[in-house]
Design a protein around this ligand. Structure first.
Ligand SMILES: Nc1nc2c(ncn2[C@@H]2O[C@H](COP(=O)(O)OP(=O)(O)O)[C@@H](O)[C@H]2O)c(=O)[nH]1
Ligand SMILES: Nc1ncnc2c1ncn2[C@@H]1O[C@H](COP(=O)(O)OP(=O)(O)O)[C@@H](O)[C@H]1O
Length: 189
């Protein structure tokens, strides 16, 4: 859909906590792309208590991926509403089926993957704090908030995500090993 010189459709993959959202936020400060993050999209639905959010929470609390058909529908709906047309998508696709579904609708010009060792991920997630309503991400060591425990822009409290707890984390890492790597192989191909 469109020539690469005018439109850019890029995806950013990588394990949970590899830094997709942090990097995406930095890229869009310099490149005129609209940023979409599957995690932020879900978080927004959770906060607004939408039907989708209620359903998604069941899977997220167990450290499981949201079923492909639901996640794909939600993401494509968001992309369609993108006023710029050029976008950077992080956290989607996360499975081979999601990658194939995205490909049926859009030509992807660029796929980037963040390859971060598991031990580093564990360390990062234990220090990750977020501002739930905006999705802004902090880390106590790497990019701490200006004032302890509060968001830089709104001054509202930061929280740690429930699914960053070690028990849920182990399951999410399994899902990554099982499924997300296949999406990566798809783009390598
Ligand atoms: N040390 C370090 N921490 C990072 C880096 N990028 C992101 N982080 C931190 O790692 C955690 C996970 O990053 P996030 O962007 O939420 O990852 P995502 O789950 O892949 O979207 C957050 O606490 C970030 O602040 C990096 O390059 N170095
Ligand atoms: N593309 C996706 N497909 C299925 N589930 C997803 C997808 N993106 C996010 N999720 C769900 O949302 C949870 C949180 O995702 P996210 O906020 O991106 O955090 P992280 O990158 O730390 O896993 C995942 O554990 C999963 O349950």
């Amino acid at each position: 859909m469109g020539a690469p010189g005018r439109l850019l459709h890029a995806v950013l993959t990588g394990a949970l906590g590899s830094g997709k959202r942090t990097l995406a936020s930095r890229i869009v400060k310099q490149v005129p792309l609209q940023k979409f993050s599957s995690g932020d999209l879900l978080q927004d639905n959770l906060l607004r208590d939408t039907e989708f959010g209620v359903l998604a929470k069941i899977f997220m609390d167990q450290g499981r991926l949201i079923p492909d058909d639901i996640m794909t529908r939600l993401t494509l709906q968001e992309l369609k509403s993108s006023p710029r047309g050029s976008w950077l998508l992080s956290g989607f696709p996360r499975t081979l089926r999601q990658a194939e579904a995205l490909d049926r609708v859009y030509h992807i010009h660029l796929a980037m993957n963040l390859d971060v060792p598991i031990e580093v991920i564990r360390q990062r997630l234990s220090a990750r704090w977020i501002h739930p309503s905006s999705g802004r991400v902090y880390n106590l060591e790497f990019n701490p908030p200006r004032a302890v425990g509060v968001d830089d822009l709104t001054g509202k409290p930061l929280v740690q995500r429930e699914d960053d707890r070690p028990e849920t984390l182990a399951k999410r890492l399994e899902a990554y090993e099982d499924q997300t790597k296949r999406a990566l192989d798809y783009y390598r191909g």
